[in-house]
Design a protein around this ligand. Structure first.
Ligand code: ADP
Length: 498
């Protein structure tokens, strides 16, 4: 361990050597099986903490607690009070942000230069949902029945929510599920990813400190195939809000069929990022680079299919490669680090496998291309920013989601062709276009089949702007006004007044 790693691990108050427990009905409890699993620091391979391995039995207890809370006094808690709770949580998250961001870094590897920057977003989301809590309203609707009838709608919380989240942004994705649940008056059982369970558990402590009643927020850590599957098939759960891979999304849809629970899915992608020759290339080079290298490529909307207009292809791709080579790869605790490790050994193997496939299929790695094995980095799961040139649409690396810092750079000749090729994927989450021509930008933005289109930027996000997928990238939106509707039922009320 380097001095910087030792200092940061030693001072982290949450890593006190005690096994982490489940939060059920406001109490911290061990898993019924008594089992635990290890949470690993991907930069060093060291065990950070033992964590309770919840399974179907614990999910059952947590869902019962969430149901009991939903049908109890929580139903009578007014929007204003839910708003105050969210504001209190936001204050606590703000106060403890350094600790939370460090925990994200330790547990999933993203550099502190990134996790510290997420403060505004995490706190902003909580305050946005706080504002929304007092903005929920139905409508009075003019009807055309003969006689006299008043008709109006009520918006009611959908009930018990199962939140299943990935490891690539543990704090943000926890808030994306818990925030709307509290704002709407639902209750929730959160199942964090087994690769990065620590920040959600620390967040849950702060939620309890804020005074959220027992059973409203429950956290069950454990594996996807056991705890996750039990949550998504549980007859006592009214809605599942899931972020993760499309394969798991498909399992969740099947598992939810038993009680026809409502499902929202934010899944993977293979997003096109299109660079026209008339773009401001000085901005497009780092922009297109970070659209993939940020978070070591472990972002579902990463712009991994980099389409570059043929007349600038060689020069542009070379510049992106140079940009990638200039980024500092290392332990995320070092404030200078820009690219941290991949989250796990499994993820490392997956990405390395794609690097090999890319080379076998004839693509040229002009930057990166293999795991880093020198010095301290050998202990962790480090893959450097990689740029593959000479990629064609048929290659595996141009079609499948890699979830690593890997750009597949593909040449194109004209706008209609690149729109068609950009859309030739089963996914539709993010997309980008770089041009100074406003007409071109509008045409591409209107034509791409994706939930977000970024023009002359990438990955801009705000709590008030919806995020979600087209096609196999899922359905439902997080952020924006629509988000709360995912957690609300609409009831029509008819009153005969004549
Ligand atoms: P990734 O490949 O990014 O790890 P996953 O979809 O495997 O994405 O994981 C995202 C979340 O889904 C994690 O919390 C994981 O435990 C959970 N999960 C995995 N498999 C299942 C499943 N069959 N049912 C429900 N949840 C699952």
């Amino acid at each position: 361990m380097t001095a910087i790693e030792r200092a940061a691990s030693a001072r982290h108050p949450f890593l006190d050597g005690k096994a982490k427990k489940l939060l059920i009905d406001g109490k911290w409890t061990e898993a019924a099986s008594g089992k635990t699993f290890n949470s690993i620091n991907p930069a060093t391979g060291e065990v950070l903490a033992k964590v309770a391995e919840g399974d179907a039995v614990d999910i059952d207890r947590a869902v019962a607690a969430a149901r009991h809370a939903f049908e109890g006094p929580w139903r009578k808690v007014k929007p204003y009070e839910r708003q105050q709770l969210l504001l209190k949580i936001a204050d606590l998250v703000e106060k403890h942000f350094e600790e939370l961001s460090l925990l994200d870094t330790l547990d999933m590897g993203a550099p502190v230069s990134r996790t510290r920057n997420n403060k505004r977003r995490a706190v902003g989301m909580l305050r946005y949902y706080a504002g929304m809590a007092t903005s929920i309203h139905g409508e009075t609707i003019e009807n055309s029945l003969p006689g006299e009838f008043v008709s109006y709608t009520l918006k009611e919380p959908v009930g018990v929510v199962g939140g299943i989240i990935p490891w690539n942004g543990p704090l943000g994705t926890s808030i994306w599920k818990i925030g709307p649940a509290i704002a709407t008056g639902c209750t929730i059982v959160l199942k964090p990813a087994e690769e990065a369970p620590l920040t959600p558990l620390r967040l849950a402590e702060l939620i309890m400190e804020a005074g959220v009643p027992p059973g409203v927020v429950n956290v069950v850590t454990g594996y996807g195939e056991t705890a996750g599957a039990a949550l998504s098939s549980h007859p006592g759960v009214d809605k599942v809000a899931f972020t993760g891979s499309h394969v798991t999304g498909q399992s969740i849809i099947k598992a939810s069929a038993g009680n026809l629970k409502r499902v929202s899915l934010e899944l993977g992608g293979k997003s096109p990022d299109i660079v026209f020759a008339d773009a401001n290339l000085d901005e497009a080079v780092p922009g297109a680079g970070m659209a993939v290298f940020a978070n070591s490529g472990q972002i579902c909307s990463a712009g991994t299919r980099l389409f570059v207009e043929r007349k600038i292809y060689d020069e542009f791709v070379e510049r992106v490669g140079q940009f990638g080579k200039g980024l500092k790869v290392g332990n995320g605790l070092d404030p200078e680090t820009q690219i941290g490790p991949l989250v796990s050994e499994e993820q490392l193997q997956r990405v390395t496998n794609y690097l090999n496939i890319g080379k076998q299929e004839g693509a040229r790695a002009i930057a990166g291309g293999a795991r880093l094995t020198e010095g301290a980095l050998a202990k962790g799961y480090f893959v450097p920013p990689t740029v593959f040139a000479g990629v064609s649409d048929e290659m595996t690396i141009a079609k499948e989601e890699i979830f690593g810092p890997v750009i597949s750079a593909i040449p194109f000749d004209d706008i209609d062709e690149v729109i068609q090729r950009g859309n030739a994927t089963n996914f539709g989450l993010g997309s980008g276009v770089w041009t100074k021509d406003v007409s071109k930008a509008h045409k591409v933005a209107k034509s791409l089949q994706a939930g977000s289109v970024w023009v002359n930027c990438y990955q801009a996000m705000d709590p008030a702007v919806p995020f979600g997928g087209y096609k196999m990238s899922g359905y439902g939106r997080e952020g924006g006004l629509q988000h709360l509707d995912e957690y609300l039922n609409v009831k029509a009320v008819w009153i005969k007044t004549g």
